[in-house]
Design a protein around this ligand. Structure first.
Ligand SMILES: [Zn+2]
Length: 58
């Protein structure tokens, strides 16, 4: 997971880190740390629960 490619909403857990859908039920993906850029602190990411039901945005 490359934090530099995620949106701020995804990093903050407002939207799914995998597909970008706004989260209503979520599951933890684990903690990720970027080696460069704005998000060099360990960041916990979230995704749709139980699985992503929407296709990734184009
Ligand atoms: Zn998702």
């Amino acid at each position: 997971m490359d934090l530099a490619r995620l949106t701020m909403d995804q990093i903050k857990g407002f939207t799914c880190a995998l597909c970008g859908t706004r989260l209503y039920a979520d599951r933890p993906l684990g903690t990720f740390t970027a080696t460069e850029g704005l998000c060099t602190e360990p960041t916990e990411l979230w995704a749709c629960a139980p699985t992503c039901s929407a296709l990734p945005p184009r």
